[in-house]
Design a protein around this ligand. Sequence first.
Ligand code: SF4
Length: 308
Amino acid sequence: MLSSDNINTIEKSIIKHNAKVIALQVPEGLKTKVQAIAGQIEKLTVDVLIFADPCFGACDIPSMQMKNIGCDMIVHIGHSEMIKKHSLPIVYIEYFSDTDITEILEKEINQLKNYKNIALATSIQHIKQLPKVSDLLKTHQKMVHIGKPKIAKHLGQVLGCDQSAVISIQDKADCILYCGTGRFHALGIAKKTDLPVFLLSLEDKKIHTLKKEQFTLQKKNIIRKAKYDNAKVICIVATTKPGQMNKNVVEIKKKIEKKGKRAFIVVMDVIKPESLLGMDYDIILNTACPRIEEDVVFKKPIINATDI
Ligand code: SF4
């Protein structure tokens, strides 16, 4: 449910933009609460349309669709701002967890005994706890490094597609500690660095090393690259999602063809294997969300455009 601060933020924006019809978008994990949240917003004397397609992140704002159906503003819950320009005004309501990370860290600190310089990262849900985590590490004589991200909003915040908050400071660190739920973000970091990566998991309340997973991910990348080098026909996939859209697809195609390969461009909203049925190619070159290659099983190999 939304707090009174959240409601105030939404109300101010409704007044500012003279909004009458609001599009409401929540992550899958909040779908059970979406009707109650819509009810809270409707008390501000507006109508609410719930956008029910899966929401993959702050990259995935249906501004054009919701404008076309008559909305004046979007309330997007669960992620911080990622893209500045949209065809509708957007209110981002960040969603924070109050699970105490420091209790777990205190219990598991021994896992970090061989490391002095620690680069810290987390997701938006736990970002407010980073100063407390940092203070606790310092009381254990650790040096703590928290970097500025390129796409994400807060110091130390990582997204599935933006690990720059830790990668930018990895030279100063001996290891990276990611605190959060699930392995998705920690694995995203592990793929991008040779430093040891640790996951402080809020699920089992332990600190885990990701050494094995890191080795496997990096090996998979080498294999993908070799498959790309041997491929003759490249299927370049692009999305219409605003924050995942790559407007250089034509340039990418030209560059590939200059190197003697054939390439064609396929555009869709959600990138899914069924949309590619019937097409003939050797490998998919993904220009959309860079984590699709791990999350979706395609019939042919897939590689990110950033990795070729
Ligand atoms: S990882 Fe993918 S889904 Fe998540 S914010 Fe980045 S582009 Fe969007």
